[in-house]
Structures are given as C-alpha cells and as structure tokens.
Design a protein around this ligand. Structure first.
Ligand SMILES: Cc1ncc(CN)c(N)n1
Length: 231
C-alpha cells in the first residue's frame, strides 16, 4: 500500500509531474519538438517519413490497446476513485476509432498496413509497454507512463496547429487528432490522476515512476528518429 506523502518537495503547486517537467526539460523538449514535428509544422516534412510514421504508429497503437486495458484493470484493483476508470475507459474506447482512422488514412496515402513489420525502435517501445503490463508494476507507475505517452503526442502535434505554423493541409487531420483541445483536456485529466497517485506514493514508487517517465521520452525520441529514417 502506498501511503507516505513525500511527493510535494520541489513541486510547488503543479505536483510531481510539473517538477519532473522542469527537471527533465531538455529530454522532454527533444521528445516534443523533434525535427519530424518541426518539419511538419514548417511544411517541409518528407512525405516518405510521414508514411513510415503512419505505418509504424498503426502497429504501435494496436499494441497500445492491451497496455491501456492493463492500466484500466489496475485502476479497478488499486484506485479508490471511480472517476479514474471513466477517464481511462474513454481513452481505451477512442482507440477503436483511432484504429479505423489509421486504416482510412493509410488508404489515402497508398500505405499498405497488412504485412508490415515493426522496426527496431517500435519493437523496443512495444516491449517496454509489455513490461509495464506486468501485475508487478503498480497502478501509479503505469498511469504515469500512460499520461507521458499521450502527453508527448499532444504537446508535439499541438505545435503544428499553433498560429503561424505552415502544416500542409493534408496533414492537418493527423495533427488535430492529437493536438486538439479535447485531446489536451483528456491529457490534463490523466496528469491529474497521475499527480494524485504520486502525491501519496512512497519514495521507491516515485523513483520507478520517474524512471518510466524518462523511458517513455527516450522511446518517443527513437520512434520519431525511426520515422525520419534515422536508425
Ligand atoms: C509512438 C506513439 N506515442 C504516443 C501515441 C499516442 N497514443 C501514439 N499513437 N504513438
């Protein structure tokens, strides 16, 4: 049982996550302002990179479904707050629509999804997701990783929607999917859930959650690198 309140140190007001975002600002920026995203925002993105991202992210999202289901199960077992389950369930439900969207988008770009195999960075990321699905990983660590995975996409794609960006019209739907205000609200709800858990977590869980947060950022950077054809 996680019961010690020691998370507030150095995190005045914004909770533990805000403290980590400040502490790990450099790597967080590398994940959320990657050249792949900056070139999308500037309208100079290489379309073969975009197509590679599309094909690989479809594989990732299919693996993401059981991970989110495992977070839901942990919330059901470990959380006293019923509203956590509603937020996670809404995320899980939207993945159904997301998978259909990938199929539709792939058709539009002439990308063949069946028979595509995951590249190394994708395999490594999916293996990491699988490790978080273990019953030995606490809800606090899993929800922190879940928030971080969603937050990186939200922060990245919202950059492409900002005033003055020159995102190509045919990529706007992609950017809106993760960069929209409603996806931002959902990420904010996940952040609040994670913060609430981290506030009550003992030091060893805090350490594991911070480690998981950093691992997500590293995997996200590798995923963008892979999409850009650098590996
Ligand atoms: C690699 C990756 N990271 C995050 C997301 C957002 N669910 C995604 N679709 N793909």
């Amino acid at each position: 049982m996680e019961g010690k309140n020691n998370a507030a140190e150095g995190a005045s007001g914004g909770g533990m996550i805000m403290a980590w975002l400040n502490k790990h600002h450099t790597i967080y920026s590398r994940a959320t302002r990657h050249p792949f995203i900056l070139s999308t925002r500037d309208g100079t993105v290489d379309l073969s990179s975009f197509k590679r991202w599309l094909e690989q992210d479809y594989i990732f999202v299919r693996e993401f479904v059981p991970f989110v289901a495992s977070v839901l199960l942990k919330a059901w077992r470990e959380s006293e707050d019923g509203s956590d389950m509603e937020v996670i369930l809404s995320g899980l439900a939207s993945l159904n629509d997301e998978i259909s969207w990938f199929k539709k988008e792939a058709l539009k770009w002439g990308v063949l999804l069946s028979g595509t195999s995951p590249q190394k960075a994708n395999q490594d990321y999916c293996r990491f997701l699988e490790s978080l699905m273990s019953s030995e990983i606490s809800y606090t660590v899993a929800i922190t990783a879940f928030w971080a995975i969603e937050a990186v996409y939200q922060e990245s794609f919202s950059l492409c929607l900002k005033h003055g960006s020159r995102t190509p019209a045919e990529l706007m739907e992609t950017c809106q999917r993760w960069g929209s205000d409603s996806f931002g609200q959902y990420c904010h709800s996940l952040q609040m859930i994670a913060n609430k858990r981290l506030e009550k977590a003992p030091d060893y869980i805090l350490g594991k959650a911070e480690e998981a947060f950093l691992s997500v950022l590293e995997h996200e950077i590798e995923f963008w690198n892979m999409s850009n054809g650098e590996w």
